[in-house]
Design a protein around this ligand. Structure first.
Ligand code: UT7
Length: 336
């Protein structure tokens, strides 16, 4: 796409909401069950604590709380929605979709409802999918949710993954902007490289390795990750994706008021911010309190940033994610 000011999509984020479980699990708590230390976790990842759901809570339960918070802020009723899209690496079931489960929890029927599978990049993928439908007039009022209960698929005996993950959900509502408005979504960039699929994977439970005694014995229903390789990929792709989304919006990093990256590792975030010379005050960081909440991390960050007055009308907000697939995605939004 040509450089220069891009035409806004005509779709804006009307409201945001979030939900996290009450239960806090600190690094010190994990020291008691794993061969790890608060010092290792803090210095390697930036994480101090994470929220973990009780056994009977699933992703749709957190999604519902986040969605209701966003709906309340917008003054919308669930029946006002005509599209529900959920991004999750930990859906309630393989099918029906968590979006359909959420729709029922919201007490409505009729709107389109489906899930997007792009692991930690899921929210940016879902945002772009729903926004495109609003832009095309297929939907007018869309709910996009990133919801995760990663604690359910983490091997709590594996220190290399267990210390990283947390549970939570974030939701945004989308609607068309007024004619001629320069606000809302300015650009989106999505990418994937399926050759790296094995680097971050939940091997069993699908049609390749259906649940069996053998898959359970081998622990194949747990999340597996090659941390070092994912780290290298992430540092490079966060910068590349941000650069491409900014280029598509006709902007540069100097225009960015708030950088809201996927919260996977503070060192990855710091490296990508350094590449653009973004000062710490322009980078939203909450990984210390929530760990990596995958598809939920960006909408949770948006909800917190807005609640703390860090997102003002007209601000340029840069969203960047990467994750299993391998996938990546970035979006530039002029806040409204
Ligand atoms: O949302 C997207 C998904 N994931 C990511 O973005 C994760 C990307 N990767 C990372 O963030 C980092 O690679 C990790 C945080 C996962 C690991 O950090 P690292 O600096 O790459 O450590 P490492 O894997 O190279 O391991 C260094 C050492 C190893 O010991 P040896 O072999 O040097 O003796 C590990 O066994 O640290 C050990 N180690 C731990 N020690 C204490 C690994 N996990 C732990 C732990 N506590 N929890």
């Amino acid at each position: 796409m040509e450089q220069g000011k891009a035409k806004p999509w005509g779709v804006r984020i009307r409201a945001v909401g979030m939900a996290v479980p009450e239960k806090v699990v600190t690094n010190h708590d994990l020291e008691k069950i794993l061969d790890t230390s608060d010092e290792w976790i803090r210095t390697r990842t930036g994480i101090r604590e994470r929220r973990i759901v009780d056994r009977d809570v699933a992703s749709s339960d957190l999604a519902e709380r986040a969605a209701r918070e966003a709906l309340g802020k917008a003054g919308w009723e669930p029946q006002d929605l005509d599209l529900i899209v959920v991004a999750s690496a930990t859906p309630d079931h393989i099918f029906p979709s968590t979006a359909a489960v959420l729709q029922a929890k919201l007490g409505v029927a009729g709107s389109g409802a489906f899930d997007v599978s792009a692991a930690c990049s899921g929210f940016v993928y879902a945002l772009s999918t729903a926004a495109a439908q609003v832009k095309m007039g297929v939907a007018r009022r869309a709910l996009v949710v990133g919801a995760e209960t990663l604690s359910k698929i983490v091997d709590w005996t594996d220190r290399s993954t267990a210390v990283l993950m947390g549970d939570g959900a974030g939701a945004v509502l989308l609607e068309p902007t007024e004619e001629g408005s320069d606000e809302g979504i300015l650009s989106v960039y999505l990418g994937a490289d399926g050759r790296g699929g094995d680097l971050l994977i939940q091997p069993a439970g699908g049609s390749r390795y259906p649940a069996s005694e053998e898959t359970v014995r081998q622990g194949l229903h747990y999340l597996k990750m090659n941390g070092r390789e994912v780290f290298k990929f992430a540092v490079q792709i966060m910068g590349d994706a941000a650069e491409e989304a900014l280029k598509r919006a006709g902007l540069t990093s100097e225009d960015v008021d708030l950088y809201v990256p996927h919260q996977a590792n503070q060192r990855i975030i710091d490296a990508s911010a350094r590449r653009f010379g973004l000062p710490a005050e322009k980078v939203w960081l909450n990984i210390d309190r929530y760990g990596n909440t995958s598809a939920a991390s960006i909408p949770i960050a948006l909800a917190e940033a807005e609640a703390q007055g860090r997102l003002k009308k007209g601000d340029i907000v840069l969203l960047v994610a990467f994750g299993g697939g391998l996938t990546w995605g970035a979006a530039v939004v002029r806040w409204s």
